[in-house]
Design a binder for this molecule. Structure first.
Ligand code: CDT
Length: 312
């Protein structure tokens, strides 16, 4: 048996601070058109795809900050993506900064939506693992203020029936945490979609810089294999406003192997025909969760947040 989904990982090159939404959306539609020509069912864009990665700057003027956020999805500026989905019969995953008014309060999230081939939103995820810091740290070469500009996502790690399979979403730093994949694995996930913006340079730990690409693949390949799922990781890449972001967007099989990988640091579409049934032999044997997991031994994972050394 096979259940084929043709997936495009649409890596996006740098976006300047003053690039308009319209200019960015036009680039994304061009990638969608390429994806349709190559037979894709689904195209995956990066995290915060519509603007430059603004958490690199400390800002105090809320109006200035809110210019990077979307108040509605779709909006007049982003509707061409939804129109293209319908016209081309092509779904997409899109990351953006979301501003929501709820219970008389304003909330801001680092969000993705999953849109089906009819242009309807079928799933929404709000980033849970927010890296970086909340206060200005001028000693850094650049800031990473996700903890300042976003709230922790409140929608959990859900999995949706879509594209003929079970599809989950997460965002960037989430991919480094095994819990992310396992919570989706426990919902029989078959395809995990991940957008990212990852600088090569990590100011608090510059000795890690040379390993940025290795760690990117390491975590996603492990997540794929250990949960018997396809994983699609998509970068916003290249030198963006003086900050170098890694590329190496890739599509990973449930074997843990990279099937295809981007070779540039610019707008680049890579495509793979993914058989969702390829996970079956892993789900039935080595990673048959129902047969082999021992959740009574995992209590500490939910009871304890930070590591504590053994007593005594
Ligand atoms: N966007 C995002 O989550 N980036 C982080 C940068 C590392 S911060 C130490 C990431 O995990 O790739």
């Amino acid at each position: 048996m096979s259940r084929m989904v043709t997936i495009g990982a649409a890596q996006v090159g740098p976006i300047a601070r003053n690039d308009s939404r319209q200019a960015v959306v036009a680039r994304l539609v061009a990638l969608m058109e390429q994806a349709a020509k190559r037979g894709c069912d689904l195209v995956v864009f990066p995290e915060l795809t519509l603007t430059t990665f603004f958490p690199r700057w400390f800002m105090t003027d809320q109006d200035e900050i809110d210019q990077f956020f979307e108040r509605e999805m779709p909006s007049p500026a982003t509707r061409p993506l939804f129109d293209a989905a319908r016209r081309l019969g092509l779904g997409f995953y899109l990351g953006y900064a979301e501003l929501e008014q709820a219970d008389g309060k304003t909330h801001r999230y680092n969000t993705t939506v999953l849109v089906d081939k009819s242009g309807a939103i079928v799933g929404k995820y709000r980033k849970i693992h927010l890296p970086g810091h909340a206060e200005h740290e001028p000693w850094r070469a650049f800031q990473h203020l996700e903890k300042r500009y976003f709230e922790v996502g409140n929608l959990g790690f859900r999995v949706w029936r879509a594209f003929g399979g079970h599809v989950g979403m997460c965002i960037c730093n989430d991919r480094r945490w095994p819990e992310t994949y396992r919570v989706m694995g426990l919902q029989d996930v078959e395809l995990v979609l991940i957008g990212y913006n990852t600088p090569y340079h990590n100011p608090p730990a510059p000795s890690h810089d040379r390993l940025a690409n290795f760690h990117n693949h390491l975590v996603m390949q492990s997540g794929a294999y250990q949960n018997a799922t396809w994983v699609v990781g998509v970068a916003k890449a290249g030198r963006e406003e003086g900050c170098d972001l890694i590329g190496e967007s890739c599509i990973i099989a449930p074997t843990g192997e990279i099937v295809t990988q981007a070779r540039t640091l610019d707008d680049e579409l890579i495509v793979a025909r993914c058989d969702l049934d390829e996970a079956k032999s892993y789900k039935a044997t080595t990673f048959n969760f129902g047969l082999h997991r021992q959740p009574q031994a995992y209590r500490m994972i939910v009871d304890r947040m930070g590591a504590e050394p053994p007593r005594g």
